[in-house]
Design a protein around this ligand. Structure first.
Ligand SMILES: [Ca+2]
Ligand SMILES: [Ca+2]
Length: 220
């Protein structure tokens, strides 16, 4: 199975490598790629409640990092903040709790649209394969996803953060995603990129997400 995969990748690369470029050596290993979700900068929050200023939102969210194979199949991991299923059950005594609280992992997090930024390392998250459930305990410093990527694959990075509203449907206040082009062996071998994903203000709020994609080693 492994050999077949390598052969498929080598065949795909024939199409990807420019004429005269180096042929892939056909090494049968995958690159160890770390996708790190760095910071969340909410802005232009418009979420008025009787007891608070309009620039706070009560959020839950899901982060996804995936390997995308040449045929489009994905494999990777999701990180969840709070919960998408019945988030209104998790006000936790007030409209959300502090982003960096050490307890109340499934609670809504209260974010200020005028704060400088929120670090994904500081918020309790769980690991999962879906936005719907947790498949691990919730911990801080869960903001890096490790992927096994071979030449010809692409990498997907996505963030979806919603604002809970008691009296109206919840608002998407941050929905961004990126899929890289198919990555060559040369690109993967020294991959080290940082970037920003930007969701323009929809009327309820916007965001900027800082992320990085970095090769940290190989899987033999
Ligand atoms: Ca709202
Ligand atoms: Ca709200």
């Amino acid at each position: 199975m492994r050999l077949r995969t390598a052969a498929t990748v080598a065949a795909a690369l024939i199409c990807l490598v420019p004429a005269g470029g180096p042929a892939h050596a056909g090494a049968d290993f995958a690159y160890r790629i770390h996708v790190t979700f760095g910071e969340y900068l909410p802005y232009s929050i418009d979420d008025c409640m009787a007891e608070s200023a309009c620039d706070y939102a009560e959020v839950y969210g899901s982060l996804s990092a995936q390997r995308v194979a040449p045929g489009g199949a994905t494999s990777g991991q999701v990180r969840n903040i709070g919960r998408f299923v019945n988030p209104g059950d998790t006000w936790c005594g007030s409209p959300g709790i502090e982003w960096s609280a050490g307890v109340g992992g499934d609670c809504l997090k209260r974010v200020n649209g005028k704060a400088p930024s929120y670090a994904f390392a500081d918020v309790l998250m769980c690991r999962s394969s879906t936005y719907k459930t947790c498949e691990s305990a919730r911990n801080k410093h869960m903001n890096t996803v490790e992927l096994a990527v071979v030449p010809g694959d692409a990498v997907y990075v996505g963030v979806h953060i919603r604002d809970y509203d008691e009296l109206s449907p919840d608002d998407d206040i941050c929905k961004v995603a990126l899929t890289t082009p198919a990555l060559t062996d040369a690109e993967l071998s020294d991959l080290d990129e940082s970037g920003e994903l930007h969701d323009m203000d929809s009327g309820d709020g916007g965001c900027l997400i800082r992320y990085s994609i970095k090769k940290t080693g190989i899987f033999l």
